[in-house]
Design a protein around this ligand. Structure first.
Ligand code: NAD
Length: 244
């Protein structure tokens, strides 16, 4: 049980990578607090759940006040706005930054003080921020707002890691390749030619297939566990070889 004794909060745990991560962490013995904007998506999870819209600062603070200090925080919530610099509206841009980056600014500011208390007692605490291979790592077509937000997540992650490196609190970013999740299926279905869109997503993955959420969760468990105790400030790629 690699996460025994740890209390870990996960955002956007209703479906996709967040949900798979909640299940994987619980399987490794963590007390998982699964949150999502859509409470209905949390109903089947056999763990503590709370509705949480990560763009609602007051709700983040109110939830923190009901919970014990955390050992782990996985900021998973994020959104893909499609388009080049010429297509993206200011609204898409602002929404992407609010959801993908500013939400992490608020959750980190809200939960890190309690996590530092835990780190003082146990020697360790771990923040994991969801970034992407589409970020400062690599450019992709039609990912202007998305790539900019995920690059900002990596910058935020490194800054937090640097500020707290002597305390036991670590902070890393997770950078997946293309993962088969409900949001990816939505992007495929919304394309003009969904069959071709799926082929295009697969063809950008050199291993010839999309990642499953189970390809991603081992890295999530590792980064939230003490096995990664000497790892901080890293953008950890699980990209099926895209960046080889
Ligand atoms: P998904 O659409 O399958 O799940 C997203 C979840 O986020 C949903 O349960 C939704 O209710 C929740 N959510 C949306 N807005 C929210 C808000 N304001 N507050 C709280 N919850 C909210 O998504 P996914 O594909 O699993 O992606 C999860 C994360 O992984 C995102 O940050 C995404 O950018 C990142 N990511 C995904 C891929 C991919 O290919 N799927 C690749 C790299 C990174």
């Amino acid at each position: 049980m690699r996460l025994q004794g740890k209390t870990i909060l996960i955002t956007a745990a209703g479906q996709g990578i967040g949900r798979a991560s909640a299940l994987a962490c619980a399987k490794e013995g963590a007390t998982v607090i699964a949150t999502d904007r859509d409470a209905g998506l949390l109903s089947g999870l056999d763990m503590e759940t709370h509705p949480l819209d990560v763009t609602d600062v007051a709700a983040i603070v109110a939830l923190r006040d009901r919970l014990p200090p955390l050992d782990g925080l996985f900021n998973c919530a994020g959104f893909v706005a499609n388009g080049t610099i010429l297509d993206v509206t200011e609204r898409d841009w602002d929404f992407s930054f609010d959801l993908n980056v500013k939400s992490m600014f608020h959750t980190c500011r809200t939960f890190i003080p309690g996590m530092l208390e835990r780190a003082t007692k146990t020697g360790t605490a771990s923040v994991l921020n969801m970034a992407s291979m589409a970020s400062s790592i690599k450019g992709f077509p039609n990912r202007t707002a998305y790539g900019a937000t995920k690059a900002a997540v990596i910058g935020l992650t490194k800054a937090i890691a640097a500020d707290f490196v002597k305390t036991g609190l670590r902070c890393n970013a997770l950078c997946p390749g293309t993962v088969d999740t409900p949001s990816l299926r939505g992007r495929i279905a919304a394309a003009t030619d969904p069959v071709q869109a799926e082929k295009d997503f697969i063809s950008r993955q050199p291993m010839g297939r999309l990642a499953t959420t189970d390809d991603i969760t081992p890295m999530v468990v590792f980064l939230l566990s003490d096995e990664s105790r000497f790892v901080s400030g890293q953008a950890c790629l699980v990209d099926g070889g895209v960046t080889i």
